[in-house]
Design a protein around this ligand. Structure first.
Ligand code: CA
Length: 231
């Protein structure tokens, strides 16, 4: 993990210092910015692996920075973790919609943050097209799209075409949170096979057939869903 570059954009100096200290101690190369404009220029100059981005910033806010970074071919593969205030689910949905890779809500411990940073770096960039990967394995889940087969804990689970695509997409990006809108457009696209465009219905269907407690697909309240990262 060492030598990875991280840019922290955070306008509260105390938080910035704690984050910076803890990430440096883990061997990361850390750059800090106390406002969005400065942060964006550092990102464009340093091309970091990951940006820790506070959403509420004076001037250029986190959403604007996130969409700018993700729209620029030079920086679009930069991973972004949004830092949000507690209970701001609508901001999280907005951030995920403009390409943020994950989020962490304040208050959090340095330990939690470091774990999240490492998990996001390990996952890497989003797998946009699932059809390229024939076989996906996450813990006890094995999906084989050539055979259209789903095995969980050794049992075969029979899914509808829509459920299969949804699960395949989530499993191709384990641990990553998606909003319902993202799942609709990315996992399902405009496939005519999808009769019911209500994501919740399909997720319920998958969970029922998998029969796991706790369910492999987690509900992130007010935000969306993710497949548990068992790594
Ligand atoms: Ca702030």
């Amino acid at each position: 993990m060492s030598n990875k570059k991280i840019v922290i954009i955070e306008d509260e100096p105390d938080i910035l210092e704690v984050l910076s200290y803890n990430l440096k101690r883990e061997g990361f190369e850390v750059f800090s910015a106390i406002n969005g404009t400065l942060g964006l220029s550092i990102v464009e100059k340093e091309l970091p692996d990951l940006v820790l981005l506070d959403l509420m910033l004076p001037g250029m806010d986190g959403i604007e920075i996130c969409s700018t970074v993700k729209a620029n071919p030079a920086t679009q593969n930069t991973l972004i973790i949004m830092v949000t205030a507690k209970g701001e689910e609508s901001d999280i949905v907005l951030g995920l919609g403009v390409g943020a890779d994950d989020y962490i809500s304040k208050p959090f411990s340095p330990k939690e943050l470091v774990a999240r940073v490492k998990a996001v770096l390990r996952r890497g960039v989003l797998v946009e097209t699932t059809s390229q990967t024939d076989k996906v394995e996450v813990g006890q889940l094995v999906i084989d799209s050539t055979k259209y087969e789903v095995i969980i804990e050794g049992r075969e689970v029979r899914l509808t075409a829509t459920e299969f695509r949804l699960l395949h997409y989530l499993a191709s990006n384990p641990g990553r949170v998606f909003s319902r809108e993202q799942l609709l457009s990315r996992a399902m696209g405009d496939d005519v096979v999808v009769v019911d465009r209500n994501i919740d219905v399909h997720i319920r269907g998958i969970r029922k057939k998998m029969d796991m407690e706790p369910p492999l697909i987690e509900t992130i309240r007010g935000v969306g869903y993710r497949l548990r990262d068992t790594a």
